[in-house]
Design a binder for this molecule. Structure first.
Ligand code: GLU
Ligand code: ZN
Length: 478
C-alpha cells in the first residue's frame, strides 16, 4: 500500500509550533517513504474560523520548507481539499447511514439538550449520554418532532463494541462504546462535525497513516465507529505526545513566556532551516548524536520507531543554539539580508552606506542568535549614551590609564582615514607613548570607546562608529 498522509489544519488560528510539528512529521514520513503529503483544510467550524488563518498557515508552512503534493492550490486527484466544498459528499454518506439505521435524526433544541444534561447530571454513576429521545419516539411524538423541520443527525453508537487500535506511539489503545454517547455527525446547518468529515475524507483520499497530537486520541473511537459502519479499513494512527514548556506544563497559547507561533519566529529573524531542524526534534530523536540536521538528512533519518513516548520539552536554549549554528553558516550577503529589515525599522541605516551595513553585520556575525538581535547588539556598542558600569569605571580609574587614553585620543585624532588598520596602529602607538601594554593597554581603549570590557573586534567596531563619536567618547571618559 502506498503511503499517503495529510496535514489537516482548521483555519481557526495561525501556525502554532504544535501544528507545525504535526505537519512536519507527516511530511518527513511521506518523504522518507516516497509517499504523498496532502494538505486538507478542515474549515467546518464556521464560528471559529479566522480571517486569513488558512493563508497564513500555508505561507508559514512554506516558509519552513514544507511543501505539499496535493491541495486546492497545487491540485491533485482527490479534491476538493477544503471541507466546505465537500458538503454534498458528506450528505451522501450521512444519508447512507440513515438508511441503514446506523444514524438517526435528532430534532432536540439546544435548550432541551441542556435541560436533559442538567437532569442527568445528578446521576453520578452513569456517563451522561444523549437520551435517544428522538431515536425512540413513535406515533404522535415522532410526528410532533418531525414537524419541527430542523434536525441534526446523530450516530447510533452500537452497544458492547470495543475499539482497539495499534498506535505507533502508544501501542495498543482500547475504548468501549459505552463511553461514547450518540454524537452529532451532521449539524442542523448541513455541515458535518470534525469526527465525521475527517473519516470520510481520510478514506476517500486514501490516507494510510495519521500523525496527530495526542489531544485527538479520544476522537479515535468515534472515528473508528464510522469506519466500521461503512466497512472501511482504518489507517494507522500515531498520536504524538505533548509539547511542554520548561516547567513541564502543556504549551498553551496563552503562555506568555514561550513564543509559539511560527510567524513570530520568522519576524524575529530565525532561519526557516533552523526552525525546521528544531521542530523535527520536538518529540522525535534521530538516533545519532548529531542534532544539526538539514532537510535531506532529516528525511533520510526519519523513523517512526523513534517518536518520543514522553512529553517533549520546548527547550529555548536548544533553539538558540541551533539557530546560531545556522546563522554561522550564512554568507555575508545572506546575513545582511536577514538583518536588513531589523536595521531598517530601527533606523540604524539612515545616512549609512551599504558597505557600512555589511561591516556592521559582519562584526556581529559570531554573536548573533537571531536577526532582530542585531539591533540590541548595535545599541549595546553604538548607542549615543555610553554609561560605564562600576567595574569598568574602576578599571579606568587606575594609575596611568588616563595617560594611555590621552595618547590614544591624540593618535586617533591624527588619523586621516579612520580605518580599522589605522585604529589598530593607533592603539600600538599609544601603548608605546604611554608605556602601557597588554591588558593595561587594550582594556582602557576598549572601555573608553565602547563602555564595555568585552565586545567585538575593537578596531573594526570603532571604524564603524566613526572618528567624531570615538574621540568624543574618549574625551568624556578622560
Ligand atoms: N482539524 C484537526 C485539527 O486541526 C485535524 C485533526 C486530525 O489530524 O485528525 O486539530
Ligand atoms: Zn433529539
Amino acid at each position: 500500500m502506498s503511503v499517503r498522509v495529510r496535514y489537516a489544519p482548521s483555519p481557526t488560528g495561525f501556525l502554532h509550533i504544535g501544528n507545525a510539528r504535526t505537519a512536519l512529521y507527516n511530511y518527513l514520513f511521506a518523504k522518507n517513504q516516497g509517499g504523498e503529503f496532502i494538505l486538507r483544510i478542515e474549515d467546518t467550524d464556521l464560528e471559529r474560523n479566522v480571517e486569513g488563518g488558512e493563508e497564513s498557515q500555508m505561507n508559514f508552512l512554506r516558509w519552513l520548507g514544507i511543501e505539499w503534493d496535493e491541495s486546492f492550490d497545487v491540485g491533485g486527484d482527490y479534491g476538493p481539499y477544503r471541507q466546505l466544498e465537500r458538503l454534498d459528499i458528506y450528505k451522501k454518506y450521512v444519508d447512507e447511514l440513515l438508511e441503514k439505521g446506523l444514524a438517526y435524526k435528532c430534532y432536540c433544541t439546544s435548550e432541551e439538550l441542556e435541560a436533559e444534561r442538567e437532569a442527568l447530571s445528578d446521576n453520578k454513576f452513569d456517563n451522561i449520554h444523549y437520551s435517544r429521545r428522538c431515536m425512540n419516539a413513535t406515533g404522535a411524538d415522532l410526528s410532533e418532532l418531525e414537524a419541527r423541520g430542523e434536525y441534526s443527525v446523530r450516530m447510533k453508537v452500537p452497544a458492547g463494541e470495543t475499539y482497539t487500535f495499534n498506535d505507533i506511539v502508544r501501542g495498543e489503545v482500547t475504548f468501549q462504546s459505552e463511553d461514547v454517547g450518540d454524537w452529532v455527525i451532521l449539524k442542523s446547518n448541513g455541515i458535518p462535525t470534525y469526527n465525521f468529515a475527517c473519516v470520510i475524507d481520510d478514506h476517500l483520499m486514501e490516507i494510510s497513516h495519521i500523525f496527530r497530537g495526542e489531544e485527538h486520541i479520544t476522537n479515535t473511537p468515534k472515528q473508528m465507529m464510522v469506519y466500521r459502519a461503512f466497512g472501511w479499513d482504518i489507517p494507522t494512527f500515531a498520536h504524538m505526545t505533548l509539547i511542554v514548556n520548561e516547567q513541564g506544563k502543556k504549551l498553551s497559547k496563552r503562555d506568555k513566556d514561550t513564543i509559539q507561533f511560527i510567524e513570530q519566529y520568522a519576524n524575529m529573524g530565525y532561519l526557516p532551516e533552523a526552525m525546521f531542524n528544531f521542530i523535527s526534534l520536538l518529540g522525535w530523536s534521530p538516533g545519532i548524536e548529531e542534532e544539526i540536521l538539514d532537510h535531506d538528512r532529516l528525511v533520510e533519518l526519519f523513523d517512526v520507531n523513534r517518536l518520543s513516548k514522553s512529553p517533549s520539552t520546548f527547550d529555548k536554549n536548544k533553539l538558540t543554539f541551533i539557530n546560531e549554528r545556522y546563522i554561522k553558516d550564512l554568507s555575508t550577503e545572506e546575513l545582511l539580508e536577514l538583518c536588513m529589515p531589523h536595521l531598517v525599522s530601527a533606523g540604524i541605516l539612515e545616512g549609512q552606506t551599504h558597505e557600512w551595513a555589511t561591516e556592521l553585520v559582519t562584526l556581529f556575525h559570531d554573536r548573533l542568535s537571531y536577526g532582530a538581535e542585531i539591533v540590541d547588539l548595535y545599541d549595546e556598542f553604538f548607542s549615543d549614551e555610553m554609561e560605564l558600569g562600576e567595574e569598568e569605571a574602576a578599571f579606568i580609574a587606575q594609575e596611568g590609564v588616563s595617560d594611555t587614553l590621552k595618547a590614544f585620543k591624540d593618535e586617533l585624532a591624527g588619523l586621516d582615514e579612520f580605518t580599522a588598520e589605522g585604529i589598530q596602529a593607533s592603539i600600538k602607538a599609544a601603548g608605546k607613548k604611554a608605556g602601557a601594554k597588554g591588558k593595561m593597554l587594550f582594556m582602557p581603549c576598549r572601555i573608553a570607546t565602547t563602555g564595555q570590557m568585552h565586545g567585538p573586534d575593537l578596531p573594526k567596531a570603532l571604524a564603524l562608529l566613526g572618528k567624531d563619536t570615538v574621540v568624543g567618547r574618549i574625551e568624556k571618559v578622560i
